[in-house]
Write a protein that binds this ligand. Structure first.
Ligand code: IPD
Ligand code: CA
Ligand code: CA
Length: 254
């Protein structure tokens, strides 16, 4: 199945790449910062069509169209365009993220970094890869020497879960905190050993399903802010190279 997931992630990526820098229509979702473009919708459509055609008994959880209920044994968790704000403003950092769960456990994950034409993938117990290169998280164990990345939810104006206080605190204790704007790519950079830490106060399942497996299969750790195992209903997300996990869990308490 992994080859099918890679194939359709790249097909969706082609649509996104073709739309990049052109004019496209968009709508607001929850507020004027949170938008969905016609390209998000087109990318999601072709991914769903592919799943329905080739895996007709499987269920789908996709960001823009919600759930397609079928046999709950297999669930495809789809973010057709992760980084819509970047895409809309012409910043070439965005991805397609597809995770596949079997009996509530993620067994495969693919993140396609569209403009770098780079494919991150993982299968459970088989390691994770960037194209054909095996990934390994960083060995860093000092917070002061680490590079972190975070993101902010669309309701940041309400400062949910003290997102801004946490940012202020952690930026002072690390070498820096970046904000790339695509959570799926943030996970892949932790898996690659570029970032040592990624946290976010609120993510949705399509933001983290694939990325979580890619990080874990590269030796990293992903939990919620209390250290609990991630499920599709999780909201707070801490992702590290494993070494820094306990330290960060303490830092995320204000
Ligand atoms: C967003 C991106 C961003 C993160 C937001 C997500 P979207 O996803 O992953 O990096 O900070 O929380 O909602 O809306 O571009 O698919
Ligand atoms: Ca997303
Ligand atoms: Ca999205």
């Amino acid at each position: 199945m992994i080859n099918d997931i890679k194939y359709i992630a790249m097909e969706a990526g082609k649509i996104i790449r073709e739309g990049f820098g052109k004019s496209f229509s968009y709508e607001y979702k929850t507020n004027e910062s949170n938008i969905v473009t016609e390209i998000d919708k087109k990318a999601e459509e072709i991914i769903k069509e592919f799943i329905i055609k080739n895996y007709s008994t499987h269920s789908i959880l996709a960001e823009e169209s919600g759930e397609t209920f079928n046999n709950p044994e297999y669930v495809w968790v789809v973010d057709p365009l992760d980084g819509t704000t970047n895409f809309t403003h012409g910043l070439p950092i965005f991805s397609v993220s597809i995770g596949l769960q079997k009996n509530n456990k993620t067994i495969a994950g693919v993140v396609y970094d569209v403009m770098n034409n780079t494919l991150y993938s993982a299968e459970i117990d088989k390691g994770s890869y960037c194209n054909d290169i095996r990934l390994q998280v960083s060995p860093q164990n000092r917070l002061a020497h680490s590079l972190a990345v975070t993101g902010f939810p669309y309701d940041i104006a309400d400062n949910p879960k003290n997102a801004l206080e946490l940012f202020t605190k952690i930026i002072k204790k690390t070498r820096g905190v970046r904000r790339l704007g695509s959570a799926a790519i943030d996970f892949c950079y932790v898996a690659s050993g570029v970032f040592d830490i990624f946290w976010e106060v609120h993510l949705n399942p399509w933001d983290f399903c694939a990325g979580q497996l890619i990080v874990e299969e590269a030796g990293g750790k992903v939990t919620d802010f209390k250290g609990n195992q991630i499920r599709l209903t999780s909201s707070t997300i801490l992702c590290t190279n494993s070494n820094l996990h306990d330290t960060m869990l303490k830092e995320l308490i204000l």
